[in-house]
Design a protein around this ligand. Structure first.
Ligand code: HEM
Length: 469
């Protein structure tokens, strides 16, 4: 049985030169995978430096890659250890029993601090309200920069569950935090990147690997998180947990042994993972929402009409209204489909040799599902390049679910923040659209332009939030 089809590789570099050329030409890593799949089929095998990668691009292959137990692991290697004190910590890039134990803990405490509950809804709604007031306060005639204006607000949601805090929306330290988060995403790709594939290059051409920049931003983020932990340590009580950090510190004390997975290093990287995974994806999605609303004013009109009809102008929208705001739901789904904020999953790893579609995926290969390919395939959507929320509504006016629409992934390693993200998107979008018409600041519309990285975000643009009568 052979390795999945792909371009021929050379020693040391593997297919790196081809990858580099294609990435330069196409502008985005996920477009390289898409290009290769057109040539070699729905399961492509490449070698980048020392890493073997396989990438799935159609539904049957993606389903196998994301739901087979053999691929539930996460990769190891220089990049993944470099961000975690030279070891393996956190939630996103760990696996096995360590992952199971930490995920159980995080899910339990996220739930008890509000996820899936009305406390969470109240917090998100009041953050959205603060954002509206902030916009009204600081906006001038030339509008505001997106996604900048929403970033701190969105960080506050996670921040309040994890560390019991919120930032003022003009806080400089918070701005540094979101800038660092944002930069760290722009410098990486989901495969672990060149730093993982050829770590020796950091000595020869550090610029190409972004090693120094990554070290800086990760250092900044880590010291930010450490400070929070120190502050909690001074005030934590064993009787009551105020937030996730308290809960972790108490668990650490309780377990106290050498074999425990609850250590200070683990807490640091766990917080880092949550801050990296959550806010960036959510604010990028909200940023793109504003951009598409500017480009498609008739869609914005429909959203306004639906809000006016179902909720009116006096009452603040809440989660109970979600099932009745069908067009809003369809708009959000269509937005997630076309923008592909996470164009691939986080990378998985084959725990052992595994066979897929008659090909052999060797142990420790890096495994990626190109969600972009599913969301933009002509076979599945007929006119994928058109922005058309109606495709998610059937002839009876109900939402249609497609199994090839999986923005949060599938299987055991799917996104843990899906409920939080969906609640946040709904409450922010409805609150903002109830209050404002979002319009361009000049006749020339800002282009629909994305920035590449481990996730995709909109290139910053200006827009004006015009209060509705
Ligand atoms: C629009 C927003 C979001 C999108 C599109 C999104 C998408 C994804 C995707 C595609 C994955 C990878 C699945 C895989 O590797 O197979 C993932 C993983 C993850 N997400 Fe999200 N996510 C979003 C928001 C959030 C939020 C708000 C949180 C905060 C708690 C979060 C936390 C995580 C974590 C911790 C993982 C790793 C899970 C694991 O390794 O098992 N995400 N997300």
């Amino acid at each position: 049985v052979r390795f999945p089809p792909g371009p021929c590789w050379i020693p040391i570099l593997g297919n790196y030169l081809l990858f580099y050329e294609l990435r330069k030409k196409l502008g985005f890593t996920h477009l390289v995978w898409e290009w290769l799949s057109k040539r070699y089929g729905p399961l492509v095998g490449v070698k980048l430096g020392k890493d073997k990668l396989v990438i799935g691009t159609n539904l049957p292959v993606v389903k196998e890659l994301l739901t087979k137990e053999q691929f539930e692991a996460r990769p190891d290697g220089f990049f993944f250890q470099f961000r975690a004190f030279g070891e393996r910590y956190g939630l996103v890039f760990v696996d096995g029993e360590f992952f199971n134990e930490q995920k159980r803990f995080v899910m339990k405490h996220l739930k008890s601090f509000g996820l899936n509950k009305s406390i969470m809804e109240d917090r998100i709604s009041s953050e959205a309200e603060e954002l509206i007031q902030h916009i009204l306060k600081i906006q001038k005639d030339d509008g505001l920069v997106i996604p900048g204006i929403v970033e701190i607000s969105v960080v506050n949601i996670l921040w309040s569950i994890v560390a019991g805090r919120r930032f003022e929306l003009d806080d400089k330290k918070a701005q540094d935090l979101v800038d660092n988060i944002h930069t760290s995403f722009r410098l990486q790709d989901m495969s672990g990147g060149i730093l993982n594939q050829m770590p020796f290059l950091r000595f020869i051409c550090p610029e190409l690997t972004s090693f120094n920049k990554l070290k800086d931003v990760l250092g900044n983020l880590t010291s930010f998180v450490k400070k929070i932990i120190d502050e909690h340590r001074e005030t934590v009580s064993s009787y009551e947990n105020r937030d996730l950090v308290d809960a972790f510190l108490n668990e650490m004390k309780k377990q106290g042994g050498n074999n425990s997975t609850f250590t200070e290093k683990q807490l640091i990287i766990l917080l880092l993972d949550l801050f990296l995974a959550g806010p960036e994806t959510t604010s990028a999605t909200l940023g793109f929402a504003a951009l598409y609303l500017i480009h498609y004013p008739h869609i914005q009109n429909k959203l306004h009409d639906e809000l006016d009809k179902v909720i009116g102008k006096g009452k603040r929208p809440c989660m109970k209204d979600k099932p009745t705001l069908v067009y809003m739901e369809a708009f959000t789904m269509e937005l997630q489909r076309i923008i592909n904020v996470t164009p691939t999953t986080v990378s998985h790893r084959a725990k052992e040799d595994a066979d897929v579609m008659g090909y052999r995926i060797p142990k420790d290969s890096i495994v990626l599902a190109n969600l972009y390919s599913l969301h933009m395939s002509k076979d599945y959507w007929t006119d994928p390049e058109n922005f058309r929320p109606e495709r998610f509504i059937d002839e009876n006016g109900a939402i249609v679910q497609y199994d090839f629409f999986i923005p949060f992934g599938l299987g055991k390693r799917r996104c843990i923040g899906e409920a939080l993200a969906k609640t946040s998107l709904f409450l922010y979008l409805t609150a903002l659209l109830q209050k404002f018409r979002i319009r361009p600041v000049s006749e020339e519309l800002p282009p629909i332009k994305s920035l590449d990285g481990a996730t995709i975000s909109p290139a910053p643009f200006r827009c004006f939030f015009e209060p509705r009568e």
